[in-house]
Design a binder for this molecule. Structure first.
Ligand SMILES: Cc1cc2nc3c(=O)[nH]c(=O)nc-3n(C[C@H](O)[C@H](O)[C@H](O)COP(=O)(O)OP(=O)(O)OC[C@H]3O[C@@H](n4cnc5c(N)ncnc54)[C@H](O)[C@@H]3O)c2cc1C
Length: 517
């Protein structure tokens, strides 16, 4: 039922993100009955289960000291209903597979995580994943009509939007008031249980979305799909300072873009082909006609002409892809950095109110300078949400302490600006200990009550969202002297997976012995 072989455990010791934690065992259920039997047996033994999809999540919710339950292969059903514009996808089905199956009907799942090639339906729902198009279409939450879940006791249930709040957990009037006061007013949020959305909709499904595997296993998702708009156009807009960029963002958002992405100079410096500007906004508009798409690009450029220092426009999909090349070149450029410069995701997912974006980017740059750690800043400007690759030199004495300082300083900065620590990746183990600072002790107590209601034995991903006793965010790193010992060949394959974003690789393949030469 579960496998305790040392090489198999090693292959599941890392996900994307910073951790290496060798699990006690690994289970790969072949379908729902298998999973139910596993959960019942684990519940009887009080064994800890860690649900997992492709392992591409960055916050450490997909690794841990327990039994990893790999749902990336056994739940692969996929059907499209073009009339109802829905897709029913098993937990293992990726965004790319849904996209490919829906395209012949002129349909798509609008939120578009960059990890869509490998991110599974179970993983996307569990992190409330998002992407560039979220500025127009919201995070995946808005597109989930229903879920099939296996609960901590092993029962199988459907949780459907519109079917109400369920029997497990409810809110009092005082709770609702508290939630309205304490939840941050950012456009995106994947930080803790979405009690604000639950209060608003009264739907239990809103508790499971973004629950990071702490309330139950998601085995299937009923997705809502949308029509693919026929025409597209866009622009790359350069600015010489952050203040001008910050002012441009609300204007561009008011024109209803389908993507509005920021590439900061801290990232552009790694891309020789990039324009030399303080920051670059890539904006995309999808419209019902080519004239409308081109027209709105014209509006964008005209409206900003006083502050722009660089403009390139594109009037069709090919041209737009050309403009976005600069973003695509960033990852390979970062991958070419010397091996000692590791990209560590510790402050990678903060989100702030839109009017605080410039201050946030300036604060990030200052915190990085203070810590002596280069960073590369980019992401979803239209949602006030940017990613940060921290690039410490891991051969330099004191890099861990510097990284810890960066983590603390950026947490303080996000608090000061009314932000949240995660816009789309989740809280995981990494950020569990800071949640209370953002929401306060009373909301944190409500989070604990949600957890108790769904997982009374605390067997589902303990330490994720609700912090473990002795929470230590930068312990158990995959880099440096203290990294847990695993076989060298598996460590090097895990590194290749990370470098090449090859998260779709079946993890058992990493255990195969290297053929002798
Ligand atoms: C190169 C790269 C680019 C990325 N780009 C984006 C992006 O644009 N947008 C974005 O939102 N994210 C992005 N991510 C992060 C990641 O891809 C997403 O969080 C994704 O949704 C995780 O899916 P997964 O299948 O890999 O889940 P995992 O990483 O395996 O798991 C993530 C969390 O979900 C839980 N979980 C997984 N499956 C289930 C299930 N079936 N039932 C219950 N719980 C489950 C796990 O316990 C864990 O807490 C990126 C990651 C990488 C490496």
């Amino acid at each position: 039922m579960w496998n305790s072989d040392a090489r198999v455990r090693a292959a599941y010791a890392e996900g994307a993100g910073i951790y290496r934690i060798v699990p006690e065992a690994v289970a790969i259920p072949t379908g729902i009955e298998d999973l139910v039997a596993l959960v019942r047996r684990a519940a009887a033994a009080h064994a800890v289960l860690i649900p997992r999809g492709a392992g591409s999540g960055m916050a450490g919710g997909n690794v841990g000291p327990g039994i990893i339950v790999d749902l990336s292969t056994g739940f692969s059903e996929l059907s499209i209903d073009p009339q109802r514009r829905t897709a029913r996808a098993g937990a293992s089905v990726t965004w790319a597979q849904i996209t490919e199956a829906a395209r012949p009907f002129g349909l798509r799942l609008p939120p578009d995580p960059s990890s869509g090639l490998f991110a599974t339906s179970g993983g996307m729902v569990s992190t409330n994943a998002a992407g560039p198009r979220t500025v127009r279409y919201g995070s995946v939450r808005a597109w989930v009509e229903g879920l099939q879940v296996v609960e901590a006791g092993g029962s199988v249930r459907s949780v459907t939007r519109g079917a109400g709040s369920g029997e497990r957990f409810s809110l009092t009037t005082e709770n609702r008031q508290l939630i309205a006061e304490r939840f941050p007013k950012t456009r995106k949020n994947s930080s803790g249980y979405a009690l604000d959305k639950f209060a608003e909709s009264g739907d239990e499904v809103d508790l499971f979305i973004g629950a990071e595997g702490t309330l139950g296993f998601i085995t299937a998702v009923q997705w809502r799909l949308d029509q693919i708009p026929p025409d597209i156009a866009g622009a790359a807009l350069g600015f010489d300072d952050l203040a001008a960029m910050t002012e441009a963002v609300p204007y561009l958002v008011s024109l209803k873009p389908t993507a509005l992405e920021l590439l900061d100079s801290t990232l552009l410096q790694f891309v020789p082909e990039a324009p030399r500007v303080a920051c670059l906004l890539l904006v995309e508009f999808e419209r019902e006609s080519a004239a409308a798409a081109r027209g709105v690009v014209g509006d964008a450029v005209r409206g900003l002409k006083q502050t722009l220092t660089h403009v390139e426009t594109a009037v069709d999909r090919r041209g737009l892809e050309q403009l976005w090349t600069v973003r695509r070149l960033a990852s390979p450029a970062l991958a070419r950095l010397p091996p000692s410069r590791r990209s560590l995701q510790v402050i990678e997912d903060g989100c702030v109110p839109l009017d605080a974006l410039g201050e946030y980017v300036a604060g990030l740059r200052a915190a990085a300078d203070q810590a002596g750690i280069p960073v590369a800043i980019f992401g979803h400007a239209g949602d006030g949400h940017v990613h940060v690759n921290a690039l410490p030199d891991t051969t330099r004495p004191g890099w861990r302490e510097a990284l810890a300082r960066l983590f603390d300083d950026v947490t303080d900065l996000l608090l000061r600006l009314g932000g949240v620590p995660s816009g789309e990746h989740g809280i995981g183990r990494l950020r569990a200990g800071v949640l209370e600072r953002f929401y306060g002790a009373e909301v944190m107590e409500l989070f604990r009550a949600v957890k108790r209601a769904y997982d009374p034995l605390t067997i589902l991903n303990p330490g994720v969202i609700i912090p473990a006793t002795g929470w230590a965010p930068l312990a158990a790193l995959k880099v440096g002297d203290g990294a847990a010992a695993i076989p060298d060949d598996i460590a090097s394959r895990l590194r290749d997976v990370e470098r090449n974003a090859a998260w779709a690789t079946p993890k058992l393949e990493l255990t195969h012995p290297t053929p002798s030469t």
